[in-house]
Write a protein that binds this ligand. Sequence first.
Ligand code: KG4
Ligand code: ZN
Length: 338
Amino acid sequence: MPDKKDIIILAIESSCDDTGASIIHNGKIQSNIVASQQVHEQYGGVVPELASRAHQQHVLPVVDAALKEANVQSSALSAIAFTQGPGLLGSLMVGASFAKSMALGLDIPIIGVNHLDAHVLAHFIDATEVKFPYLCLLVSGGHTQIVKVISPEHIEILGKTRDDAAGEAFDKAAKMLGLPYPGGPVLDKLAQKGDPLSFKFPDSRVDQLDFSFSGLKTAVRYFIRDMPETNPNFVEQNLNNICASIQHTIVSYLMRKLIKAVKETGINEIAIAGGVSANSSLRNTIQSKAAELGWTVHIPALEYCTDNAAMIAQAGHFQYLADNFVGQDAVPYARLGK
Ligand code: KG4
Ligand code: ZN
């Protein structure tokens, strides 16, 4: 049985295009290093093969930097956690193989972490005031879900997207507007100088707590195609207003579903997580709704919203306490099986 007194875990994140490593000591994050990949910008999206290669280049320096910043020798590690899925298979393979080899060399256990659970559990980084059960709106580039977090080991999905993720909706709309990749943060910035009510875009009417963003994507495409008929510079001249209106549509839609989830479950301990939780409008809107409706709301620090290894370390720490390890035969999974 692994020692539970002095737990030092190295975590590696490589699910998409960021290579991350983090050290957590007795539940406290000691370092959080991320190497982002600029190579994808020119292609307007993540190119999986290039991502895998860049992870190969970054993983060792990033792990070294995480150990160094935490002032930890690899011989002191209790376990190594890695992102097992979901994500790009080639990217996941790099982190998984590295973690397994290093753990084998050090003769310590390995922990396979679910990337989405880690986003949801990122609220425990540097904080202990989150209370179970809580509802979490998980909005990233690959997933959109509302989950009920009963405990670190028991996370129930109440609703999910049937097509695109919220981050994808931001990125695809931004791409159609000619903005650089990843478009979400760029669109957010432009929207801050625009009027969110200047244009009306439809959202989707899917049932229950599920989401759909494909209708919005089509509406934005037709809007951009049809509007210049009146003025060839229409998009350029109205960019801030268009961005603000698209953002308003997405954020209002997310909020409507979240309010519905609160009504249905009676839980008003609320959190947001994932890359889109960095969105300024979502952060502001949820704060004001929380004040209006009496919710307790948890919003992660910006560095823990987008992909990072500290959240893998935090989830890994919980798994270590629960003796939830994987063997050397563990394989990454691209898609969500849960
Ligand atoms: O969680 P994340 O880093 O990676 C995934 O697991 O997918 O999320 C990345 C997504 C991208 O779609 C990106 O455009 C979006 O988060 N994003 C934002 C903002 N910052 C990141 N979307 C809207 N506003 C932002 N400020
Ligand atoms: Zn993510």
